[in-house]
Design a protein around this ligand. Structure first.
Ligand SMILES: [Fe+2]
Ligand SMILES: [Fe+2]
Length: 324
């Protein structure tokens, strides 16, 4: 997420000591209008996803219990979800941390998933799950787990990006994290490498044109909420860094125009909740389980998850659920 500072051992311990606040918020439970169906099929639910993103868990403080509470809350819904979707930033940060601190954070994440999660879970890599890009050293760079290797190992993912079919929908999980040039403001930007984009085009082309497609990425492909994440109009023009929203969004736009069965894009990263429709595609940016990195609300959004209902007709709903 854009405004989280790099975390050192000292900061790590300091943040761990902060209290979790669950104050009342201006942005509470809300439900989006149903997205418009593209076909004449009846509106029958195909799948209920509990989209939990941006856990930013670490071994200390309120994070472990907060993560457990979110998972339990989702599983206890009267109308429970069928699967979990985690769009990344599983751990507080590994961009700048040592291997030891990184592995301790992952240990906590995997322990809680193992002990609490009773449903299938789909994982996506977040920028804070990428080890070492923010503070590369020769010993890190020579480690096979440097960069995304650590997240792939910890999440037991064979690939950075992949796709599958479920409940009549085609799901594509992307890797948003592209290494920025040295000296850039952030060590990453939101962008697909060329090989991944070529794979994406090929994957979409192979899907039956009647089958709705849902794309998951950590960094939003398109969103409006990032305009408000900082003093972005200070120069007199709106400025949104490439680390906050996919800088290759125009490339996606052109691709999506060719495939009207692409219905929905789900993301995290912004720690805000938003539903946006553009050129026939819905973009749900779905808050953060950690809210403001376990310090209460972020821009009026409390710690929350989102229930995403997918329907057979290609439509979808989003319900924002603070769980505290
Ligand atoms: Fe995040
Ligand atoms: Fe992020």
């Amino acid at each position: 997420m854009p405004n989280i500072p790099p975390i050192s051992r000292k900061q790590f311990l300091k943040v761990a000591g902060l209290s979790f606040l669950s104050a009342a918020s201006a942005c509470t439970v809300s439900q989006s209008p149903s997205t418009a169906p593209p076909t004449g099929k009846p509106k029958k639910r195909a799948l209920r996803i509990a989209h939990l993103t941006d856990f930013h868990v670490m071994p200390m403080g309120d994070a472990p219990n907060g993560m457990r509470n979110a998972i339990r809350h989702a599983q206890a819904q009267a109308d429970p979800p069928d699967i979990f979707l985690n769009t990344g930033d599983c751990i507080m940060d590994s961009l700048e941390t040592t291997k030891e601190i990184t592995e301790k954070q992952w240990e906590t994440f995997n322990k809680i998933i193992k002990e609490e999660c009773e449903l299938p879970i789909v994982h996506c890599i977040g920028n804070h799950d990428v080890w070492g890009w923010g503070a590369p050293t020769p010993d890190k760079q020579s480690d096979p787990l440097y960069g995304k290797g650590m997240a792939l190992k910890q999440l037991d993912l064979p690939e950075r990006y992949y796709s599958f079919d479920r409940a009549g929908w085609h799901f594509i999980v992307l890797d948003s994290n592209f290494q920025a040039e040295a000296g850039s403001q952030y060590p990453y930007i939101g962008k697909l490498d060329d090989a991944q984009f070529a794979w994406l085009e090929k994957d979409i082309q192979a899907v039956d044109t009647e089958m709705p497609i849902c794309i998951a990425s950590h960094i939003p492909i398109l969103c409006a909420c990032e305009f408000f994440d900082g003093d972005n109009e200070a120069s007199g023009d709106w400025v949104v860094p490439a680390a906050w929203m996919h800088i290759d969004a125009r490339r996606f736009r052109q691709l999506f125009l060719q495939h009207p069965n692409i219905r929905l894009c789900l993301s995290g990263h912004s720690h805000q909740h938003e539903t946006l429709q553009y050129c026939g595609v819905w973009y749900f940016t779905n808050g953060a389980v950690c809210g403001n990195w376990w310090r209460g609300e972020y821009l009026d959004f409390p710690p929350a998850y989102v229930l995403v209902d997918l329907y057979e007709d290609g439509s979808a709903d989003s319900t924002f659920i603070p769980y505290g």
